[in-house]
Design a protein around this ligand. Structure first.
Ligand SMILES: Cc1ncc(C[n+]2csc(CCOP(=O)(O)OP(=O)(O)O)c2C)c(N)n1
Length: 558
């Protein structure tokens, strides 16, 4: 049957269960017209391509479905910049851009450069669609690559600066492989011998700890992880990406380990005689630059990517496969009686966790104004609904939320920037698009908010009712410590100019744009503000005036 590329692409995206695409026009215009005629897909038109990519990323991490973002040729590298976080976090984002036409390339066409190489370091697959006949197989491959194995971004560049190739016709079938409309499309089964070996090592250990990461999260392995930890009496630390794999209140949960971490987690992992990594690459952030645990600590690992097994820690056993499947099999095979061996260890772990709570009790309950960020985190732990999606920006936001925020229930999701300041606010909007019935609460610093503040208008225009909490200290004060060091102690007033801003009332800005803005200046105002924001059904921003001298604790290595 003869159809245009636009008709086919619209039909295929709908069949892959795509509900929103995020973009700055003008790209694939005919496809947008066909989406309107043929599908229910919402076309979220935003203020910058990087924000569009972050929205698609938040959408993907909230739903497990690929997030789709788009840009015309001149916006392509802004979009590529936004894929960097998705690449680091293994998030399945599909980026579509317009590209050069062979008839005119190299002739100094307005706005044109060769964008394709810039997508190379931020994608799993980076390809051009040069003939309309290739729409079906290239789009299928994009979904296959984005969702398979360790997920990640892909890029398709369509011929024509606005992807005008979509106007051409060919005989095409909108065949869709539904399996690749969400992560994980496959659950590879581990080798039974290697799995048994890993299990035996874990059962023999007297002081083991599990470190679960983003791979466990993508696999949906949280419930099996908790059940196995309970069956064998093994404490669980997580990476920041894996934070929602176990609720903070669980007696075996020790917190986030690594650089943006909770001290108790680092202490437990440092004291362990065996570390079992599940769905984590054991990279620099999760291991505090490979000091927690120390290289040489006996380790075992479960991962879906063969090249991840043993990359950073020599292994006594390495299991290749899907985390949920591996943990389910371990639950069936495990010797629950071995748990008694770890009683003294569990007592010690409980003591370490209790020490942490005691150490931060005062800060978490602080009545100070300007408000302490620890208190904001404690308020969020208490008042964010059980089924919420919680997002955190990076830098100080990642440190505060990684260390101080408690994921309350297995129904709560936690997502965080993989390193890019400014990710969380637009990602929260994308998450709300993916899960309109769940509350979405984003924690960001003011520096983080400034990046994409224009997207408040996008949220209002599309009524994306996410709640954004701004830790507003009129600065990027995570940088304070670094500049103190650079100046050999006390900084000059000019040095402070390098990391401070004007104090702006973001609640006023939000109200002006048409969102609900609430300013919070005392800790006792916070819970009401959050409830009002959550109940409003509108995009809401809570501007919390916090202490510029509040600096997050540094990670410990022992
Ligand atoms: C794209 C990008 N650029 C720069 C940085 C470095 N960086 C990390 S945190 C930070 C400042 C954070 O400020 P804010 O979000 O206001 O939080 P605060 O430190 O004030 O709590 C900067 C500049 C980064 N992580 N990402």
């Amino acid at each position: 049957m003869k159809v245009t590329g636009a008709q086919l692409l619209a039909d295929m995206l709908a069949s892959y269960d795509v509900s929103h695409v995020f973009m700055v026009p003008a790209v694939l215009r005919r496809t947008f017209a066909e989406m309107e005629r043929r599908t229910k897909i919402k076309r979220i038109h935003c203020h910058g391509e990087k924000a569009a990519a972050y929205m698609a990323d938040g959408y993907a991490r909230a739903s497990g479905k690929p997030g789709v973002c788009m840009a015309q040729v001149v916006g392509a590298l802004n979009l590529a910049a936004g894929l960097r976080d998705a690449y680091l976090a293994h998030s399945p984002v599909i980026a579509m851009t317009g590209g050069r036409d062979p008839k005119t390339k190299f002739r100094k066409v307005y706005q044109e450069i060769d964008d394709v190489p810039a997508f190379e370091p931020v994608t799993k697959w980076n390809a051009t669609v040069d003939a309309v006949e290739r729409f079906p197989d290239m789009v299928r491959q994009a979904f296959r690559v984005a969702t398979s194995g360790a997920p990640g971004p892909v890029h398709l560049q369509f011929r024509g600066n606005e992807g005008q190739l979509d106007q051409e016709e060919a005989d095409m079938e909108p065949l869709v492989e539904k399996q690749f409309s969400r992560v994980p499309p496959f659950r590879p089964i581990p080798d039974p011998g290697e799995l048994k070996k890993l299990l035996e090592i874990l059962q023999k250990a007297e002081k083991p700890v599990i470190v679960a990461g983003g791979g466990a999260r993508w696999s949906g392995a949280g419930p099996e992880l908790v059940r196995l930890a309970e069956a064998l009496a093994v404490p669980v630390a997580t990476s920041l990406n894996g934070k929602d794999c176990i609720p903070a209140g669980h007696p075996l949960s020790v917190g986030v380990v690594g650089s943006y971490s909770r001290e108790s987690a680092n202490r437990v992992v440092a004291a362990a005689d065996l570390v079992c990594f599940v769905g984590t690459s054991a990279g620099g952030m999760t291991t505090h630059v490979w000091t927690v645990p120390k290289i040489g600590t006996p380790a075992v690992q479960i991962d879906i990517e063969p090249e991840t097994l043993g990359r950073n820690y020599p292994l006594e056993a390495g299991v290749l496969g899907d985390a949920k499947t591996a943990l389910t099999q371990m639950l069936q095979l495990c010797d629950r009686a071995s748990a008694s061996r770890r009683k003294p260890w569990i007592e010690k772990v409980k003591g370490i966790c209790a020490d942490w709570r005691e150490k931060y009790r005062a800060a978490l309950a602080s009545e100070a104004a300007p408000i302490r960020p620890e208190r904001v985190c404690a308020e969020l732990s208490k008042h964010v609904p059980d089924d919420a999606i919680v997002l955190s920006d990076t830098g100080h936001a990642g440190m505060w939320m990684g260390g101080m925020y408690d994921v309350k229930s297995p129904r709560q999701s936690f997502m965080r920037s993989a390193g890019h300041l400014g990710w969380a606010f637009p990602a929260g909007l994308g998450a709300k698009c993916a899960a309109p019935d769940r509350p979405v609460v984003t924690f960001t610093g003011d520096a983080g908010l400034w990046y994409h503040i224009g997207e408040i208008e996008t949220a209002v225009r599309w009524n994306i009712a996410a709640v954004t909490v701004v830790n507003n200290n009129a600065s990027g004060n995570q940088s304070k410590r670094g500049f103190d060091r650079a100046y050999g102690g006390e900084q000059t007033p000019q040095a402070r100019e390098l990391w401070t801003y004007r104090m702006v009332d973001f609640a006023k800005v939000a109200n002006d744009i048409g969102a609900l803005g609430i300013r919070v200046e005392r800790p006792d105002q916070f819970s009401n503000a959050l409830n009002t924001a959550l109940k409003s059904g509108r995009p809401a921003l809570i501007d919390v005036v916090t202490d510029i001298d509040a600096i997050a604790p540094l990670a410990v290595s022992s």
